[in-house]
Design a protein around this ligand. Structure first.
Ligand SMILES: Cc1cc2nc3c(=O)[nH]c(=O)nc-3n(C[C@H](O)[C@H](O)[C@H](O)COP(=O)(O)O)c2cc1C
Length: 180
């Protein structure tokens, strides 16, 4: 799929998945796209756990009953960063940004390969979920699961969010709603 088509087609899918496995070859392609993402000072700080053991996938999915995509996913990709990211450049850490860049690359790869997914991050921050999932996946204590991407073949087209038009969020040369 052409890049701009993948960008246009990507959206957060939280619906049902078909009962079809996601081949490891595709999962590796998706994570390769994450590995290729830019990172602050080329720190390459995010690590990835590809979960395709259905028992584990279901155990994690059952923690989020409201999100059907997570419940019915055939695989998950867990993105792991340091619990207390160290400064890498002039007192700044870029681990969250590194992780986000990798996630977006992977979401585009997921879309291009015909799968659906949703960026699960906020949900992980509550009620010790990131720690619990980290425990299931053998993540060391000094690391934390920052994002999870469920992966599967969508059964249907889910609802799409409207995006604000260009002129409301982007301008040439000056921050202003008035300049065209
Ligand atoms: C940093 C971040 C955290 C997110 N956390 C969650 C989450 O925990 N659960 C969820 O269902 N969606 C989550 N999302 C997905 C957003 O809700 C979604 O991207 C947004 O509503 C726009 O919809 P779209 O992805 O279809 O364009 C997250 C997205 C981002 C970028």
């Amino acid at each position: 799929m052409e890049l701009f088509e993948a960008i246009r087609r990507r959206y957060s899918y939280r619906g049902a998945f078909e009962d079809k496995e996601v081949p490891r070859e595709d999962l590796k392609k998706i994570v390769e796209a994450g590995l290729k993402a830019p990172s602050g000072v080329n720190g390459q700080t995010t690590t990835f756990i590809i979960v395709d053991d259905l028992v584990l996938v279901r155990e994690i999915g059952m923690m989020h009953l409201k999100n059907r995509a997570l419940r019915e996913a055939r695989a998950l990709i867990a993105c792991v960063i340091d619990r207390k990211p160290e400064a890498i450049y002039e007192g700044y850490s870029f681990q969250i940004e590194d992780c986000a860049a990798a996630v977006e690359n992977m979401l585009l790869a997921i879309t291009a390969l015909g799968y659906g997914s949703v960026w699960i991050d906020g949900w992980l921050r509550l009620e010790g979920r990131a720690e619990k999932i980290g425990g299931l996946l053998g993540v060391p204590a000094e690391k934390i699961v920052r994002v999870i991407l469920p992966v599967g073949v969508p059964v249907e087209e889910g609802p799409r969010k409207d995006k604000k038009p260009f002129g409301e969020r982007a301008w040439f040369n000056s921050w202003s709603r008035a300049i065209k």
